[in-house]
Design a protein around this ligand. Structure first.
Ligand SMILES: NC(=O)c1ccc[n+]([C@@H]2O[C@H](COP(=O)([O-])OP(=O)(O)OC[C@H]3O[C@@H](n4cnc5c(N)ncnc54)[C@H](OP(=O)(O)O)[C@@H]3O)[C@@H](O)[C@H]2O)c1
Length: 329
């Protein structure tokens, strides 16, 4: 089938092309779309070169599905136009995630909610995806009451400009700044803009998106999201309070068998998830599992995943695979 990749020159779009090829999604033709600046440039997919086209030409090409990663305002303006033309949009931006008429999907958890009527489907925030993939199987068994999460997010989560900033700083070169402050040799406790409640937008995304994906508004979440000078891979320290008590060995067994999760938890050999090991992997890695000794029924976990893969491209392609497998495209 014809597949449009909107934002095909960006970090996520480039990864999207790579993941579509790797997973052998049944693509007959790629329709790469980007801003007017890039129209006419070429991208490669499975050894074939494709010319980048404009948004309007992307619609005119009539792809069956369009995977968007071109920012929120582009999605707000263009996703409905693609949808009106009968093209199913899978959108990586935050534009549609909390719209009650749109599904917010992590295939391991709630793809069953998708129907042929869903023409704009939202891909969740990268930090949320990796957290819920690990939490959902535990929620089924022990019922989560509250989650306290602190993130350690890499610069690829911001886009190309941020990667350039980090490497310019490392070389001592001048260049455009993606962040207000130096990121190399620093830690910035702000991701996205501040809201009236003192949280950042990224932090509130983690709260609201978790409830929506796990279909349970009773789960209370509080988040602190932090940018660190790592190129790729987000890490999270997650403290989870359950209604029921748990057995640590059983928790490990559940995670070992959970779809999309890899357990890396062996203190004897100092084995735990790290961005370096998660790089270019599609799974969510979980380790440092231990009982929180300060209160009952509470678990500490460390969760790492490649933000451009499961946090963005892989999750979007898995949604497309689900739709295709169920004949919904
Ligand atoms: N990075 C992540 O880990 C991550 C994870 C989940 C979701 N996302 C979301 O994915 C989107 C892209 O992120 P990214 O990291 O790939 O950013 P990026 O590297 O800056 O790439 C942005 C892409 O959007 C295109 N674009 C910008 N303005 C456009 C316009 N007016 N019309 C059409 N195309 C336009 C750019 O094309 P040009 O090259 O022509 O400018 C480029 O292809 C954002 O919405 C982001 O929130 C990112």
């Amino acid at each position: 089938m014809k597949v449009a990749v909107v934002g095909a020159t960006g970090l996520v779009g480039t990864k999207m092309l790579q993941v579509l090829a790797e997973r052998n999604f049944p693509v007959t033709e790629i329709v790469p779309v980007a801003s007017e600046r890039s129209v006419g440039k070429e991208v490669e997919f499975k050894g074939v070169k494709y010319k980048i086209v404009s948004m309007a030409d992307g619609i005119a090409a009539k792809p069956a599905v369009a995977i968007f990663s071109a920012g929120g305002s582009t999605s707000l303006e263009w996703a409905p136009k693609f949808a009106e033309a009968g093209i199913t949009v899978i959108d990586n931006s935050s534009a549609w995630r909390m719209d009650p008429t749109k599904k917010l999907v992590v295939p391991e958890i709630n793809a069953d909610a998708l129907t042929a009527e869903d023409k704009i489907i939202a891909n969740p925030n990268c930090s949320t995806i990796q957290m819920v993939v690990a939490l959902n199987p535990l929620h089924q068994k022990y019922n989560i009451k509250r989650v306290v999460v602190s993130t350690y997010q890499s610069v690829t989560g911001t886009g190309k400009k941020a990667v350039d900033q980090l490497f310019n700083e490392r070389k001592g070169a001048e260049g455009e700044m993606a962040y207000k402050y130096q990121i190399d040799l620093n830690v910035i406790p702000q991701i996205d803009v501040f809201l009236d409640n003192g949280y950042t937008k990224e932090e509130m995304k983690m709260v609201k998106e978790t409830n929506k994906i796990m279909r349970d508004d009773s789960i209370r979440v509080t988040a602190t999201t932090v940018r660190i000078p790592v190129v790729g891979g987000h890490s999270e320290s997650v403290n989870v309070e359950f209604s029921k008590d748990f057995d640590l060995e059983e928790v490990k067994e559940i995670l070992r068998n959970a779809p999309g999760v890899v357990l890396q938890d062996d203190t004897a050999s100092q084995t735990y998830p790290m961005p370096l090991w998660a790089h270019e992997k599609d799974e969510v890695f979980v380790g440092r599992l231990r009982r929180d000794e300060s209160q009952p029924n509470t678990l500490n976990m460390w969760i790492v995943s490649d933000n451009l893969r499961k946090g963005a491209a892989t999750n979007a392609v898995q949604i497309a695979e689900y739709l295709q497998g169920k004949g919904l495209l």
